[in-house]
Design a protein around this ligand. Structure first.
Ligand code: BG6
Length: 496
């Protein structure tokens, strides 16, 4: 795989350094960059949190995290693993205590002497503002300092504006990296290549040829020990406001003039502004809220949402959402985008289905099926185009079947070479490329749309519909499409 190497020295400060995200995703992603020799010799990683662990313990826990989560076994490359772990240090710090920042400041020395400092806030959004304020008061922010914040940015539009305003008064906008790890997935960037590096799709990419679009992000995991966190969030805020809307924007946007952060963000915002608000009573007809009851996933008995992990108390939080979205612009008029995501569904996969319209006039005795483009984002990236084909036979009539033209990235490239979401985004942040990050206006437009749905749910007391774990969601989600004479494709490429 060819890659133009650009290494930048910097210090990466991980707030929430010994948390789940850090051990499961961030450190394994940085380790992959180490394996690919993409980290500058001077790059240092400083973990911090309230935990009173030593640097040695931090390195040991990080090593364990690599064993469990890295794509390559750290024990098979002891020198690389050692080099990576030696970059790690740790400092105990209560994010809200001004005095605690002195130690961090001392550890960082003079920022200008060793490239930029990246502050990565792998913390709940409630800590974003306090940490930024403390960094500023301690004199630890300059025009080279970068800030990375995780979705969800806030809890709704109002809180996201508050965070964005405050953060903008401390960091320059071009130094703020709002991360949505779906944008870092190779298959998601490939949507740009598919649409804008090929001539054959763009002329058909509109209401004249496309019947509808389905976007599914299906997870087989439950909320487990994140139940109390999830009770305050729900699938609409956790998955739709960010990941699914980002996917929708990449499918629906106009071609950007250049592949620059500004051009891309500008086109995505236009899509969000064209999303028809789903308000009031329409939330009952255009959305479905679901929650899993107990069931079987992969042959294993699993508990209901309300019996999960750290807070086995009844709650009507949604673990599943399905939405019929409309985009009111010239290109997409009359083309519904059906969005669906949920936990404890049958299997883990993410897929975008572009269902084309059928041919206008048929010369065949047998019915033809409309073409479908199936973009599989995970677990194994692929693009399939279902085309009508003639099945070999001696019968008088042509036997038409829908067969896939199949491009499987997973078979074509070594899976270890396909960068993971966080790997790509951390690398981009280190080299200062914000193309795949979100602007505050995107985040705010997305909140505007989801806030309206949340308000409708509350006003009209839209109930959660229960679905057994291990299925593809509640019946009401099937009805959402059935009302329009359609069906979810449910991970199948054969038409039914
Ligand atoms: C996170 C959500 O952003 O994405 C989680 O907070 C979800 O609830 C996860 O499980 C899914 O990510 P992926 O990459 O496994 O599809």
């Amino acid at each position: 795989m060819s890659f133009s190497i650009d290494k930048k020295a910097c210090r990466l400060v991980l707030f929430g350094g010994n948390g789940d995200l850090s051990y499961r995703k961030l450190l394994p992603a940085l380790f992959n960059l180490e394996r690919k020799n993409l980290l500058a010799d001077e790059l240092e990683i400083i973990g911090c949190s309230r935990a009173t662990i030593s640097a040695e313990q931090f390195r040991e826990e990080a090593r364990q995290g690599l064993v469990e989560n890295a794509t390559a076994d750290p024990n098979s490359t002891p020198e690389v693993t050692q080099r990576f772990l030696s970059r790690l240090s740790f400092i105990a710090l209560d994010a809200t205590q001004p005095a605690d920042y002195a130690g961090l400041k001392q550890l960082l020395g003079k920022p200008a002497s060793n490239g930029c400092v990246i502050y990565y806030l792998a913390t709940p959004p409630g800590l974003f503002v306090p940490i930024c304020e403390q960094l500023q008061s301690a004199g630890m922010v300059n025009e080279q300092s970068r800030l990375v914040i995780e979705k969800p940015i806030g809890y709704n539009l109002a809180s996201s504006i508050e965070i964005n305003d405050k953060v903008a008064s401390i960091f320059q906008e071009n130094n703020i990296y709002r991360i949505d790890h779906y944008m870092g997935k190779s298959a998601v960037q490939n949507l740009l290549a598919l649409r804008f590096a090929n001539v054959m799709f763009e002329p058909l990419w509109n209401h004249n040829y496309i019947d509808h679009v389905q976007i599914t992000v299906s997870e087989s995991v439950g909320v487990g020990n994140r139940k109390s966190f999830y009770d305050n969030v729900g699938a609409l805020r956790d998955m739709v406001q960010n990941h699914l809307l980002q996917l929708l924007a990449l499918i629906a946007m106009e071609p950007p003039t250049h592949l620059t952060p500004e051009a891309l963000k500008h086109e995505k915002i236009k899509v969000f502004r064209s999303l028809r608000a789903i308000e009031g009573k329409r939330t009952r007809y255009n959305t479905v809220r679901g929650q899993y009851s107990s069931g079987d996933v992969d042959g294993e008995k699993v508990p209901a949402y309300n019996k999960e992990g750290d807070n086995p108390m009844p709650s009507d939080t949604e673990s599943f959402v399905a939405i019929k979205a409309d985009i009111d612009n010239w290109r997409w008029s009359g083309v519904p985008f059906y969005l669906r995501t949920g936990k404890r569904l049958k299997s883990r996969y993410a897929e975008i289905d572009i269902q084309f319209k059928n041919i206008h006039h048929s010369i065949f005795k047998l019915p033809t099926q409309a073409n479908r483009l199936i973009i599989r984002l995970q677990p194994k990236d692929s693009i399939k185009l279902l085309i009508m084909n003639q099945e070999p036979s001696l019968s008088g009539a042509l036997n038409l079947v829908a067969d896939p033209l199949n491009l499987s990235f997973y078979d074509q490239y070594d899976p270890a070479d396909i960068p993971k979401g966080y790997e790509r985004l951390l690398y981009d942040c280190i080299i200062g490329d914000s193309t795949l990050f979100m602007s505050r206006f995107e985040v705010e437009e997305a909140w505007k749309w989801t806030d309206t749905i949340l308000a409708g749910w509350e006003e009209y007391e839209v109930p959660v519909e229960y679905y057994p774990a291990g299925t593809m969601g509640p019946d009401a989600a099937e009805q959402l499409l059935a009302k329009d004479g359609r069906k979810w494709f449910n991970n199948r490429y054969d038409n039914d």
